[in-house]
Design a protein around this ligand. Structure first.
Ligand code: GLN
Length: 565
């Protein structure tokens, strides 16, 4: 989609490849639901589901019929593979709560999307089904001496870009116009990063808002279900609801639905208590009718100084500054610098905590209780390890790397130095956020802040009176989508760097959204629209409704106000 929410589509250049062939090259679906035949199926929107989220019947259940018995449903189900060789044929006998919730709101499942195995990765390249890719948003400009060539598979492949990960397939499905909404999972940025690379909107809700029942866990304390769409509006409608009255009327938003099957789903009483302390949950219709200018005028945005890193692409830095200026000068918002000093340790803490939790979660895949058993080489002889061959073959390299990392940092000799320290950093990261947000975090007691923790370069007056802001405004990723070929040659640590701006909100359990930010390039005295990056907004815990309202307002104005100058 473009920043205005129109399908961006594919750049067919009268080439030898049809739209269908080009789409197949992108490899974003692992399985597709059969096309509905006969009577048209009433649906409000089409839905693509990341393949680490359990689905049963691919068919739209008829409202009048009873649900099929579990065994039958499982037989008709699309597999839930997690892009892992271990689960390549697994069909779930039950459906994830979030899928059922969306079906109840009129979703029609179009397919299961490709991802990094178990959600571990940043480019959707670590998949048993091959890498996902996207086409560049601008077709490569032919050189003046070079006549425009028809598209061949080889030339298309060499121009392909990373779709981001791990929910890359979901982002591409939305960008290509094959799904109105897609489900992803966001543990450390896996919805926001692909959204940024593919030019769509990606929303990660507050931890505990959307049920994770039926979502295959990666790192439980960080995992969230996220939504991707071409614009903010539909995500907002789904999360906040559109009805009137205290409880949102008959069009109840997902925020109000507790799931007893998910122990991390926030209780109903806590949901209501949090919502009463926030704007936008009750009487959402009135909120949705507010003018863009009216929404933005009263908001204070914080620019986190620590996000201005050396590796930040200058075009993104420029686009970020332009949006901040526009919000301030044209919409009367307040924009102030803020400091989040512990942010610089967030990435290392994340890459200790997430693999540690993953190593424990994945212990059950042994080919005996879960996953396909390697019967040829399994050894239950004395001295052999029954599950070694199954685990050796069942997991891809990146997953094995994470299991080894996690097992090490949880081992008795390394625990204090890694896991315990990372937990401490996680607390500091959350405390940094709590210090700069005007709203309190309803899940934690207010903590005092030690001024000595702040960087020496920060002026004394800023140390005494940290600005209290509503939202943080920053890029989603330090670079634009890289070429797929380059990504394949990256070291794992280079790939982890892409998550530097997304993991802090994940560690703190905060809501965050990535919206497309159009970039412009100046050549001589002409400025032209060049590419799209992701602009990220982060809010205080459970401030999701207002975050979506503000993101929607920015989304609606950003392209017209920034791309022409
Ligand atoms: N890239 C991050 C990782 O590999 C985030 C993944 C995610 O959010 N699922 O852990």
């Amino acid at each position: 989609m473009s920043a205005r929410g129109r399908p961006r589509g594919l750049h067919l250049r009268h080439g030898c490849l049809s739209r269908q062939q080009q789409l197949r090259l992108l490899n974003h679906f692992i399985s597709k639901a059969p096309q509905p035949t006969g009577q048209p199926i009433p649906s409000h929107f089409t839905l693509a589901v990341k393949d680490n989220i359990a689905t049963t019947s691919a068919l739209h259940p008829s409202p009048s019929s009873d649900p099929p018995p579990p065994a039958l449903a499982a037989a008709a189900a699309l597999p839930t593979t997690c892009a892992s060789p271990f689960l390549s044929t697994y069909r779930s006998p039950f459906e994830a709560t979030i899928v059922a919730q969306l079906r109840a709101r009129g979703a029609r499942l179009v397919g299961k999307t490709n991802l990094d195995e178990f959600g571990m990765g940043s480019h959707s390249t670590h998949s048993a089904f091959g890498a996902v890719s996207q086409q560049p948003s601008q077709p490569p400009q032919p050189q003046p001496s070079q006549p425009s060539q028809p598209e061949s598979a080889a030339s298309l492949l060499s121009s392909l870009l990373s779709a981001g990960g791990s929910s890359g397939g979901s982002a591409v499905a939305v960008a290509a116009g094959e799904a109105d909404v897609a489900l992803g999972t966001d543990t450390g940025g896996s919805v926001r990063l692909p959204a940024a690379y593919c030019g769509v909107v990606g929303f990660k809700p507050s931890y505990g808002m959307l049920s994770r029942f039926g979502v295959v866990p990666y790192a439980n304390s960080l995992d969230t279900v996220g939504l991707l769409a071409g614009g903010v509006g539909r995500i907002r409608e789904l999360i906040v609801g559109g009805g009137g009255g205290e409880e949102g009327g008959d069009n109840q938003g997902l925020w109000g639905e507790w799931d007893e099957k998910d122990p991390t789903s926030l209780s109903l009483s806590a949901r209501r208590r949090c919502a009463r302390e926030r704007e936008g949950y009750y009487y959402p219709r009135l909120e949705q009718e507010r003018e863009v200018g009216e929404v933005l005028r009263t908001v204070t945005f914080g620019i986190p100084l620590e996000y201005n890193i050396e590796e930040l692409d200058p075009r993104i830095r420029d686009g970020w500054a332009k949006v901040a200026k526009t919000l301030q000068h044209e919409f009367g918002a307040r924009v102030v610098p803020v400091s989040l000093p512990s942010t610089r340790h967030a990435l290392s803490a994340y890459y200790v905590i997430a693999p540690a939790e993953a190593s424990s979660n994945l212990a059950k895949y042994d080919g005996i209780r879960y996953g396909t058993r390697d019967t040829d080489s399994a050894s239950d002889a004395a001295g052999g390890v029954l599950y070694a061959a199954s685990r050796g073959r069942g997991f891809g390299d990146e997953v094995k790397r994470r299991i080894l990392l996690g097992s090490y940092t949880l081992s008795s000799e390394a625990m204090d130095n890694y896991f315990i320290k990372a937990q401490r950093v996680r607390r500091l990261v959350r405390r940094d956020f709590d210090r700069v947000f005007a709203l309190d975090n309803p899940l934690h007691e207010k903590e005092t802040f030690d001024l000595a923790d702040l960087d020496e370069s920060i002026a004394m007056e800023d140390k005494w009176g940290p600005e209290e802001v509503d939202f943080l405004l920053c890029p989603t990723a330090p670079t634009l989508a890289p070429k797929l070929g380059d990504v394949m040659n990256q070291t794992p640590v280079d790939a982890y760097m892409n998550d530097v701006f997304t993991v802090p909100a994940s560690l703190a359990g905060l809501p965050a959204i990535s919206i497309p930010m159009p970039l412009s390039e100046t050549a001589g005295d002409r400025t032209r629209r060049s590419d799209t990056a992701g602009l990220q907004l982060i809010g205080q815990y459970w401030d999701d409704a207002r975050l979506l309202a503000v993101a929607d307002a920015i989304f609606k104005t950003i392209e017209t106000t920034t791309s022409t100058r």
